[in-house]
Each structure stands twice: as structure tokens, then as C-alpha cells.
Design a protein around this ligand. Structure first.
Ligand code: NAD
Length: 261
């Protein structure tokens, strides 16, 4: 996979969980990184430096992905530093679990903005650069919830279904430009986002946290095991490889059998 060396990637939401793992794996292949996301400034700097220690450049930009003007700043920073964007991973995402009649409207707006609309904004700005170089990889971190629903996650399910539709549409538009566009559809991956859902799910259903984990969260995941974030990142490395050149418009599903049932 030597062709990835010196390419530039923007990975949104890469200060934690799946995104951080993707940024680290891309850096292992020699890709320069723009990191993004929230978190403790000292920890972010430790993670940024660890990526640079792999022999690439890594810049952190703290754009709030719910704000169009800040997304513009993120993409401009990538272009200014690396001249182009070759790989775009739209990974930033949030969740909120509540019955629809109690769902806070501002949470609905935030989930749609971060999990769906931000991908439009980054793609809108990255595609002219990718078309110019004749090569690009766009990966949208969807979810098994882009394919099937669960109760109490109306905004998340709506956003992820929308993200998959967006993925398919632009995959067709860009099919002859050397740019592939795919959605990754994971089941439950062991990250802070999921750990945070255990308590919320227990509260929404009036059950204990242990019941929420075994009977609700992992109920549909037939392997009865969380997915390792590294395995998601490896799938993305494959999509970025030459072997991925004809894989476009797909829902790349990594869900322990969830959507098969
Ligand atoms: P995480 O909470 O560990 O990481 C989320 C990242 O997004 C963090 O870096 C956070 O700072 C960033 N982020 C949140 N709001 C942001 C904002 N407004 N602007 C910029 N950055 C913001 O979660 P994760 O589990 O690694 O999730 C990453 C992606 O994978 C999400 O899109 C999520 O929906 C998706 N996903 C996760 C799972 C899972 O089981 N963990 C399953 C399917 C899909």
C-alpha cells in the first residue's frame, strides 16, 4: 500500500474511539493527518504527537462539526498545510437515547447537523480537490442503524439512514472521477460513545445497566461481543487500497450478524 504515503487525510471526530484508531492506522501507512474532535487539550496533544512519531505530519483542528463556518476552517487548514485532501473520513458523531415525545428538539438538531449535514459540508469542499488530483477516498461512518432501526434513537437512525443515502448518491456522481464513496455500517464497537449509552438505555427502558448491556445493546449482535475499533480501521485501509478502487456506493457492514436477522 505504498501509494498512500504522503497523501493527506481529514478524519473528523478523531480525538476518541473509532476515529482516533483510523487516524493512527492511516499514519502507519504514511498518510498525513488532520485530526479533529473535542476533548482534553493535553490528551489531544499526546495523541497528535504519537501520530507524528509515526513519521507523518499531524495537525489538530478543533472545528465544531455542527458549525458550517468552522468546517470551512477545518478544510481550509488541511488544504493550506497539505495542498489537497485525498482521504476524507466523516466520522464525528453523537448519540441521544430517549422516547420520541421526550426527545429534546435541540438534540435532534445537533444529531442531524453532526452525523449528517457535516458530511455534506466536508464532501462539498473536498471533492473539487479530489477531482483535480483524479483520486479520492470518501468514507462516511454510518452504522448498522443506517440499515435497521432501534427504538428511542429516532434522530440517530434518521441521520445514519440519510448518511447512507447521501453516500450512494455521490458515489454515482463521482464514479468516473477516481473517487470512491462508501459507508461503514458497524454494530456495537467498544468506544466511549457506546459505553455512554448503557446508562441512557437503562434509564429509557427502566432496567439495570447490566440488563441494558446484555439484553438490549448486545441483543441483536449475534456474536455477543463488541467490535474492536481496529477492525473498523482495517476495513477502511482496505477501501483506501488499490483493491478498493471499484468498491463504491456500498454499505460496508461490520455488525456481528445483526442486520442478517
Ligand atoms: P466517540 O464518542 O468515541 O467519538 C466521537 C468523536 O466525535 C470524538 O472525537 C468527539 O470529540 C467527536 N465529536 C463529537 N461531536 C463533535 C462535534 N460537534 N464536532 C467535532 N467533533 C465532534 O464515538 P465512536 O464510537 O468512536 O463513534 C465514531 C463514529 O462511529 C460516530 O459517527 C458513530 O455514530 C459511529 N458508530 C459508532 C458505533 C459504536 O458502537 N461505537 C457503532 C456504529 C457507528
Amino acid at each position: 500500500m505504498t501509494h498512500l504515503k504522503n497523501k493527506a487525510a481529514v478524519v473528523t471526530g478523531s480525538t476518541s474511539g473509532i476515529g482516533l484508531c483510523i487516524a493512527q492506522k492511516l499514519a502507519d501507512k504514511g498518510v498525513n493527518i488532520v485530526m479533529n474532535g473535542f476533548g482534553d487539550a493535553e490528551q489531544i496533544e499526546v495523541d497528535r504527537k504519537a501520530i507524528e512519531d509515526k513519521g507523518v505530519r499531524c495537525i489538530y483542528h478543533g472545528a465544531d462539526m455542527s458549525k458550517r463556518v468552522e468546517i470551512k476552517g477545518l478544510m481550509a487548514t488541511a488544504e493550506r498545510n497539505f495542498g489537497t485532501i485525498d482521504i476524507l473520513v466523516n466520522n464525528a458523531g453523537i448519540q441521544h437515547v430517549a422516547p420520541v415525545e421526550e426527545f429534546p428538539p435541540e438534540k435532534w438538531d445537533a444529531i442531524i447537523a453532526i452525523n449528517l449535514s457535516a458530511a455534506f459540508d466536508t464532501v462539498h469542499l473536498a471533492v473539487p480537490m479530489m477531482k483535480k488530483s483524479g483520486w479520492g477516498r470518501i468514507i462516511n461512518m454510518a452504522s448498522v442503524h443506517a440499515l435497521v432501526a432501534s427504538p428511542y434513537k429516532s434522530a440517530y437512525v434518521a441521520a445514519k439512514h440519510g448518511l447512507l443515502g447521501f453516500t450512494k448518491s455521490i458515489a454515482l456522481e463521482l464514479a468516473r472521477d477516481g473517487i470512491t464513496v462508501n459507508a461503514i455500517c458497524p454494530g456495537y464497537v467498544d468506544t466511549p460513545l457506546v459505553r455512554g449509552q448503557i446508562a441512557d438505555t437503562a434509564k429509557a427502558r427502566g432496567i439495570t445497566e447490566k440488563q441494558a448491556l446484555n439484553d438490549v445493546i448486545l441483543a441483536a449482535q449475534w456474536t455477543k461481543d463488541f467490535i474492536n475499533p481496529e477492525h473498523i480501521a482495517e476495513a477502511i485501509m482496505f477501501l483506501c487500497s488499490d483493491a478498493g478502487q471499484n468498491i463504491t456506493g456500498t454499505d460496508f457492514t461490520i455488525d456481528g450478524g445483526w442486520s442478517a436477522s
